[in-house]
Design a protein around this ligand. Structure first.
Ligand SMILES: *[C@@H]1O[C@H](CO)[C@@H](O)[C@H](O)[C@H]1NC(C)=O
Ligand SMILES: *[C@@H]1O[C@H](CO)[C@@H](O)[C@H](O)[C@H]1NC(C)=O
Ligand SMILES: *[C@@H]1O[C@H](CO)[C@@H](O)[C@H](O)[C@H]1NC(C)=O
Ligand SMILES: *[C@@H]1O[C@H](CO)[C@@H](O)[C@H](O)[C@H]1NC(C)=O
Length: 175
């Protein structure tokens, strides 16, 4: 990822934290799929209504063999006559990140899910992997109001194995 983008994103987030009300994020759909059933089986991937304005995300997948070399392709899309690329599109070495926590944007995402997921140790990953009742999206994101799609493609040994894609709406809080 372009470092200027990271700096831009971090300063906008900081701006929100300093001056703003927490804006409003609601996940509206979750779609997971395995590209390789012999390595990754998706048991479930769904939203639950948590309250009127919030949903929680629950994912349960099994990795039938250890994954030692994991990359994740993170891509944000914003809806405007179909979904268009927005803000970032980059691939991260997830094993290196879990060792060094060296990517500011990935760190924001990981901080959101670390206490509610099995993504809390260094590689390898094997067996059941879960995200349970994820609903605290409590850091403001640097986004204009709209509908978004956050795509995550997971690669093992540089080959795509599964996707976890989340649609959400974002409403700026402008009293
Ligand atoms: C699918 O998974 C198996 C492990 O069960 C692995 O050996 C194989 O390389 C994978 N295929 C692709 C295209 O990644
Ligand atoms: C996750 O799915 C596996 C396989 O179906 C199941 O054994 C396990 O109980 C599930 N875990 C939870 C918390 O639902
Ligand atoms: C996660 O748990 C740790 C230890 O219990 C706590 O210090 C931290 O604030 C929690 N983080 C989030 C994002 O809930
Ligand atoms: C990681 O998460 C699992 C499941 O929530 C938990 O049992 C385990 O203690 C956690 N490990 C660390 C190092 O936090």
């Amino acid at each position: 990822m372009d470092h200027r983008l990271v700096i831009f994103a971090v300063s906008v987030i900081f701006g929100f934290l300093v001056c703003g009300e927490a804006p409003f994020v609601k996940m509206t759909n979750a779609v997971c799929k395995s590209y390789n059933q012999s390595w990754v089986v998706v048991h479930y991937c769904r939203l639950k209504a948590y309250s009127r304005s919030k949903t929680s995300l629950n994912i349960n997948i099994t990795l039938s063999e250890p994954a030692r070399n994991i990359h994740v392709h993170l891509k944000m899309m914003k809806r405007a006559n179909g979904y268009k690329p927005f803000l970032f599109d980059y691939t991260l070495d997830a094993c290196e990140f879990m060792r060094r926590r060296n990517q500011p944007f990935a760190k924001i995402v990981w901080n959101l899910i670390r206490n509610v997921s099995t993504v809390n140790h260094t590689c390898p990953y094997e067996g059941v992997q879960m995200l349970s009742d994820f609903h605290r999206i409590d850091i403001p994101l640097p986004l204009p109001s709209g509908e978004y799609l956050f795509l995550m493609d997971w690669l093992f040994d540089l080959k795509p194995q599964f996707a976890t894609n989340v649609y959400f709406t974002f409403v700026e809080d402008n009293p």
